[in-house]
Write a protein that binds this ligand. Structure first.
Ligand SMILES: [Zn+2]
Ligand SMILES: [Zn+2]
Length: 116
């Protein structure tokens, strides 16, 4: 972590440029949020959730509101309160893929690990 303003501005520009902030094909919401928060952090809104929704689940209009009801009032709270199950100590794992297209249900990393 840094409090260097130039670095913060640069990170923001990269975030806004969109190049590094595209969800991968069929990347699930949880894995996408983990990646984005790891790189860019949470700004107290659903900005990454909305970005994922717009690209991978465009019909899920009510998604941010639904997540908020479950305790996810911003991107980092979605991870903490809505998707708390994540294999510990493994760092970031590659996404196993959305179980269903357009669904916010997270991929099953346990299956991935069992077979690995
Ligand atoms: Zn947050
Ligand atoms: Zn995933």
């Amino acid at each position: 972590m840094t409090d260097n303003i130039a670095d913060a501005v640069e990170a923001e520009l990269i975030a806004l440029s969109g190049v590094l902030t595209e969800p991968e094909e069929r990347e699930c919401l949880r894995c996408f949020l983990l990646r984005m928060l790891n790189e860019f952090g949470c700004d107290g809104t659903h900005r990454w959730t909305v970005r994922w929704r717009d690209l991978l689940a465009p019909r899920a209009d009510g998604l941010p509101a639904r997540l908020a009801e479950l305790g996810g009032c911003c991107d980092c709270e979605v991870l903490l309160n809505v998707f708390p199950q994540y294999p510990r100590g493994a760092g970031l794992l590659p996404c196993a893929g959305q179980p269903q297209e357009g669904s916010a249900v997270p991929c099953d990393l346990h299956v991935l690990r069992r077979t690995a």
